[in-house]
Design a protein around this ligand. Structure first.
Ligand code: 2BA
Length: 109
């Protein structure tokens, strides 16, 4: 069994949830925040059998697309200036950042 962790953009999350349910995958959605943009994204955790991993990855690929996002700098008001970017930056976000991990044990009480 494998655990798929997929970080996707909020705009794609409803479509992806729907597609996962339609294809009989069980998933949990977590509200998350990107470390770089510091804006909201959605993290899916999906536990599935090894033989269904490729199908889940295809569904994620089909339902998440890359978008350019302009990041406007926010002055760090007395806070930590380590990650402060002093000019607007355009970055391509997504489609999805995906990790596939082995599951040692799966329990469902
Ligand atoms: P963020 O960390 O907010 O990153 C958003 C986008 O900003 C990234 O898109 C990438 O294009 C850019 N970016 C991130 N860090 C950068 C840096 N140090 N310098 C220049 N550009 C940078 P994606 O790569 O598609 O990532 C989308 C989101 O996926 C990330 O949001 C983060 O929440 C997650 N993610 C990506 N890589 C990860 C990793 N190795 N571990 C954990 N989460 C990750």
């Amino acid at each position: 069994m494998k655990l798929i962790i997929a970080v996707v953009q909020d705009q794609d999350s409803n479509r992806l949830s729907k597609a996962l349910v339609e294809n009989n995958f069980r998933a949990t959605k977590l509200a998350s925040t990107g470390g770089f943009l510091k804006s909201g994204n959605t993290t899916f955790i999906i536990g599935t059998e090894d033989i269904r991993v490729d199908r889940a990855l295809q569904i994620i690929k089909d339902n998440c697309r890359a978008r350019d996002q302009l990041v406007s700098p926010v002055s760090p008001m007395g806070g930590n200036a380590d990650s402060y970017v002093p000019y607007p930056v355009e970055v391509e976000v997504g489609g999805a950042t995906v990790f596939v991990l082995p599951i040692e044990q799966f329990l469902h009480f």
